[in-house]
Ligand binder design. Structure first.
Ligand SMILES: C[S@@+](CC[C@H](N)C(=O)[O-])C[C@H]1O[C@@H](n2cnc3c(N)ncnc32)[C@H](O)[C@@H]1O
Length: 149
């Protein structure tokens, strides 16, 4: 990403508290994923909702290790995507780095967890995926994003 001109702002570790066990018992159990937060280039201004992040972290500065569970069964009621992310994770990402009414684009959207989170937070959304089945799954989820929508 740096070679393409992006400025890395943070790396964030998602720690999956309910990661499935390692069946071979020959390695450590994989229980993290890395999120790279980047700005378009070294001169671009980025949005960081510092106060909101501190508020939801009980008054302490939000750190770059986020402990969250894998998606609940409820989030897969319209069908499954093999690498589906939890809505809670995408809500944190969008709430931290965008404003009400902003447009969020996910060019590798899968089941559109990004879109569900965007709609729940009053953002606009465009999702793109190569697979027709994932676009159909996305459409079902986006028509029923959740409580209040
Ligand atoms: C890691 S998954 C995204 C999962 C998503 N965050 C979710 O919660 O469901 C990446 C998606 O990118 C799609 N994909 C891969 N290469 C692509 C490309 N060149 N253009 C558009 N979509 C692509 C795959 O079909 C896959 O659904």
């Amino acid at each position: 990403m740096q070679q393409a001109g992006f400025k890395i702002l943070n790396d964030i570790i998602w720690y999956k508290r309910n990661a499935p066990p390692n069946l071979s018992c020959r390695y450590f159990t994989h229980s993290t994923e890395i999120i790279l937060w980047a700005a378009k280039n070294t001169k671009s201004r980025h949005c960081f909702n510092y106060r909101l992040m501190k508020e939801i972290n009980h008054g302490k500065q939000m750190r770059n290790v986020w402990e969250m569970s894998s998606p609940a069964a409820e989030e897969k009621k319209f069908g499954k995507h093999p690498t589906q992310k939890p809505v809670e994770l995408l809500k944190r990402i969008i709430a931290a780095s965008t404003q009400n009414g902003d447009l969020v684009i996910d060019p590798f959207c899968g089941s559109s967890t990004t879109g569900v989170a965007a709609l729940l937070l009053n953002r606009k959304y465009i999702g793109i995926d190569l697979e027709t089945d994932y676009m159909k799954l996305s459409a079902s989820r986006l028509k029923n994003p959740g409580p209040g929508k």
